[in-house]
Design a protein around this ligand. Sequence first.
Ligand code: NI
Ligand code: MN
Length: 236
Amino acid sequence: MAINDKVKFTWIGHGTWRVRSAAGKEILIDPWVMNNPAAPEHLKKIDRLDLMLITHGHFDHILDAVEIAQATKPKIGCVPEIGWWLESKGVEGASGMAGNKGGTIDYDGIKVTFVHADHSCGIKDGDRVVYGGEPCGFVIEFENGFTVYHAGDTDVFGDMRLIAELHHFDVAFLPIGGWYVMDPERAAKAVELLGVKTVVPMHFGTFPILAGRPDQLQELVGSGVRVLDIKPGDEV
Ligand code: NI
Ligand code: MN
């Protein structure tokens, strides 16, 4: 199921991915790891991390960010508001390489463009809700030129077509679970707007309400598009 021979993605579960880049960098997208009920036990330990990318501030995307960042001291790619919140929790320099929509940041050869996501982004902090800036998706270009679109948590939106026009990627990571994000029917429209030929589904199955399934999306998009049928722990 490899989508590139030099870049390896491991699905920890839900929206969380561990990535080994073409040059051997370790990347974690949306750090919900030790407390992620979908994560296989052997993936609940992160020993080394070069880059942490955070799409937005909901607990199922940042709950383990502070602990992992303090232990592994990665560069952190997020909007400033999330960086400042992480600093308030003791993660030094968390906003130092923050970005925002439309910007491309080169994290040691891995170029990350922050793009729109249609979602919300409050951070639950005890009994308060802290403003977490805007939710994002990422277009990630690895050292070998391989490029993917990771949509984060989102509904389908018309400017997915614009994102595909401005970047060249063949693979999209799309949420399909429904309830908090788009379901397979709306994800099929996203596939059409993006024009991608390979879809890696995510944000499904963690809880019963996240009911969308890869085979439903596969049926909707037809045989011209490959929807990977994955489970937590799989490598693509
Ligand atoms: Ni969310
Ligand atoms: Mn989520």
